[in-house]
Write a protein that binds this ligand. Sequence first.
Ligand code: MOS
Length: 756
Amino acid sequence: MTLSTNARDIVTGAAPSVGTPMDRVDGRLKVTGSARYAAEFPMSNIAHAVIVTSTVPVGRVSAIDTRAAEAVPGVIRVMTHLNAPKLPMKKVGMFGTNALSLMQDDRVRYNGQPIALVIADTLERATDAASLVKVRYGGTRAPTLDMHANKGTGYAPPPGFGGQPDSKRGNVPAGLAQADVKVDAQYTTPIENHNPMEPHATIASWEGGRLTVWDASQYVIGERDSLAGVFGLTPESVRVVSHFVGGGFGCKGLMWSQSPLAAMAAREVSRPVKLVLTRRQMYGPVGARPQTEQHVVLGATRDGTLTAVRHDSVSHTSRFEDYTESCANVTRILYATPNQVTTHRVVKLDLGAPTFQRAPGEAPGTFALESAMDELALKLGMDPLELRLKNYAERDPESGRPWSSKSLRECYRVGAEKFGWARRPRTTGAMREGDVLVGYGMASATYPTYRMPASASVRLTADGSGAVRALVQTAAHDLGTGAYTVMTQVAADALGLAPEQVRFELGDSRMPPSPVAGGSMTTASTGSAVHAACMAGRDKLIALAIADTASPLRGALAAAVSAAEGRLFLTEEPTKGESYAALLRRQPNGMMDVRVDSAPGAELAAYAMHAFGAVFVEVRVDRELGEIRIPRIVAAYGAGKILNAKTARSQLEGGIVWGVGMALHEETLVDRRTGRYMNADLAEYHVPVHADIGMIDVTLLDEVDPHVNPIGVKGVGEIGITGVAAAIANAVYNATGVRVRELPITLDKVMGEMRV
Ligand code: MOS
């Protein structure tokens, strides 16, 4: 793989590169089709595998007839629980194997579960043969699929990625007793499926006892460990490669069944195997955002001061996992109320395991909380923005820690001004244009800032012509979001080179480890590692020079030497120095290597770290048809240092678009008899299209955060979706007087209800 930066793509060639809206370094590869995605890796003698999925939600495979499938020309093997290899299925690394369906027994635990795998010489023959596998089921029973009706079976999940299930401060009943005004409302959000353009796709190949997997992955190190556990291998004998990912959004963060199934098949048939899920197979066996039911109680005095808050969230999980949509986490930190209780409970249903989806917890959580805040403002007769300012949290109300930085007040101010919030009429239905009702709504946005340990390596080389190149590597990921680009920028500045001289590589578990590309933490984690490695590289160059009799810098103090534009020189006497090229040419093989491990430190315990934002929305609702249009969304974010405004803005706009989908379109429907997803394709599962999106105006505040991490970034992958659905619901109320507490806000929920 070659990732070269085309000089013409650089908007600003001059240093520093960080902070400039540089074009994507992989843009040319993408638009010319030469960026290689998992399923596109060229491989000779490859076989194709197609999954057969269950058509009942619970029971056993009592008989499976594969004869017709095996008779199809080109079919190499039909694998079922009867002949699949028995696997060690151990937990290695962070993730267990509960959510995998690898045909280790005859049990069916959800509709859409992989129960057979057909391997053939072509995709068409494998697909044809898969349709001929006949299955009989036994031991079936009526599935449990209604989370709301089964709320009583909800349990407090073990603390996991969403943190503790419960939180409590102060005394909620006492706080409610002081309240003049209360809101007590229930909000629901449906199951929402990930629809990356690229489905899950795997190529697996064995060489002796060593496994290589080309995969669409948000976490190559995690997948390496998971594969090692499943097959009983050492992590060193597994390699996972994922150079390009066509969208992840959380669904490619954990390893799902298709990767080990491809590896099982490849080992059984002794040739490389490719396995790509169909769009329909993206619904069921590979996770989704679970549905939620959220009960929010707010109490406030006349002046809008919150005296008590309760947020009880229930979400569904599978029979075999405890995945929790931690909706109330946002409530724990957003407003400074002294009395608060929040809970997360999960209800087991006969469905495939849910999983992380963009801003897991915060996306549905902000819908409930920020809708309830709007309802409270209405009852108080207060401006919704005023209410939020009244309860502004000057420090993290949960931990009591100061914020590493917080610009939410500025986000409110800038967003409101650009939007024209002051023109918002207080009475509902006051703005009309013929049959169209116009409404304004707003909400807060927030997402935590995480950072995990990460490592990176740098190799500097000089060729005969004196050209200096840097190769920077770490096992990180670019989900299409711009990691290749911003890492190139960070490395270039730290090394004192132009971006064109840096080649940044990622997505290979053999590289120094990086964390999951999730939790909006790639830039904070991997970026800090790249920065540290490149600064170490620069220091090493200086150390080599001052110790080298052949260098004009020999004997200088390291602190007196600067590095810029590919040259080392005395800061006080810039003409005295030498080029990196000259120095490198005197090194063994003309190169210098350095590798650095980086990790967060004491700042984690000292500060609360979150990005914040404010979203303002205009909706237009047809009074007769209930049709909702969104001509305008204005949002402002304080997310630390913005390394590249172009890629950052794209991420935020993408998050906002998803927020529109969440508000108006997205809903996975489950057949209540069979547990089968009924709208498992892009025709029936609606995501926004261009015609659904009007103007989106994103402001990135200039936020300086000296504490959060060495490069001062907070991450922008997920905050964009937060708050949007509430802002839209609030605007719909402002336009129509209809409060929709059940997402999505489809026209049937608005039509006929309008009181204006
Ligand atoms: Mo994100 S849902 O943490 O990939």
